[in-house]
Design a protein around this ligand. Sequence first.
Ligand code: ADP
Length: 396
Amino acid sequence: MKILVINCGSSSLKYQLIDMEHEGVLAKGLCERIGIDGSRLTHKPTGKEKFEVEKPMKDHRVAVEMVLEALQDKDHGVIDSRDDISAIGHRVLHAGTVYSDATIVTEDVKKVIRDCFPLGPLHNPANLIGIEACEAAMPGKPNIAVFDTAFGMKMPDKAAMYAIPYEYYEKYGIRRYGFHGTSHMFVSRETIKRLGKDDAKVIVCHLGNGASISASIGGKCVDTSMGLTPLEGLIMGTRSGDVDPAVLQFICNHENISVDEMLDILNKKSGILGLSGVSSDFRDVIKAAGEGNERAKMALDAFKYRVVKYIGGYTASMNGVDAITFTAGVGENNVLLRKEICDYLGYLGVKIDDQANSEAMGQEREISTADSKVKVYVIPTNEELAIARETQALVS
Ligand code: ADP
């Protein structure tokens, strides 16, 4: 079975065609600048040369048609006909409180995605456009929505609810949803496979430019650090993570700025960028810290401290932890940050194998010692494969 995975942004469309027999990527690519001048498709078939097409794409429907043409191209293609595609899996940001699992797209599902525009104003409209473009290009083929909020929807109320008047939950669905859900689901399941323990207590640290952490038991989320929006939780590249909401009022009043402007600052100018004043890219901040920049050091210390605080909290709330897994840009690639985070965790009996840790760069590896009480892994995230697996499970 071949599954097309689609991730639509407002002016972009990323895709992968995955052969589920060996879970291999047949081709992947990106349409950029959809609806604006200079539209371009970059197509990378596995084992063949990549190619680019610059051609106007007035909307996502045209983009999907171009993707299908590229997939069938006589030189760069990987399938004979669009009929070779069994189903399409879509990354969709928000399903509000309605869905806690992936689902086959129907008119009702599209309505839910539409109803959630206010909760995911940047992503949900684009996700729906992508679904409708695929429906038009491949009538009758099943489209599956895989929601980024699905994993977090399994959190119990005690972890999900904000302690504010309940009517705001009832009126607007204000609660914690969590994001990076597809990544947390994939990595926690892969961790369980490696542990060989179905009811394992797992903490996944998704540390990238956006960063979040989750606790799950047997693959079911019990808590996760992002909230109503991806702003809550860990310190990130440009996002503040947790702050006292009274800070907003104080700064708005003293700087004479609006709440919207303040949220823009918390989303785009805070995090390790705001603290260090150097960059939102961890590599730049690590370099500056190495050269003696005190604020860069402080920013990295604060980042690690917050991760460690969450790991401690989640270990307490699960009454133990079997494995801690690092993933995403920083989690997969940075040997030193992983080591420094784990050095805090001696009280849990965590012991890192320095050799294994230093060799785990963007590849799967157990990095704890044989006698560590908690297993520690690096497992690269693969959201496209997770979406393809969910899609296959629903259409088989
Ligand atoms: P996102 O998907 O949220 O944009 P990624 O998971 O791609 O984020 O991670 C991007 C981050 O990973 C960047 O801040 C980058 O600096 C960091 N990163 C990548 N490689 C390394 C490395 N070797 N050491 C430290 N940070 C790294």
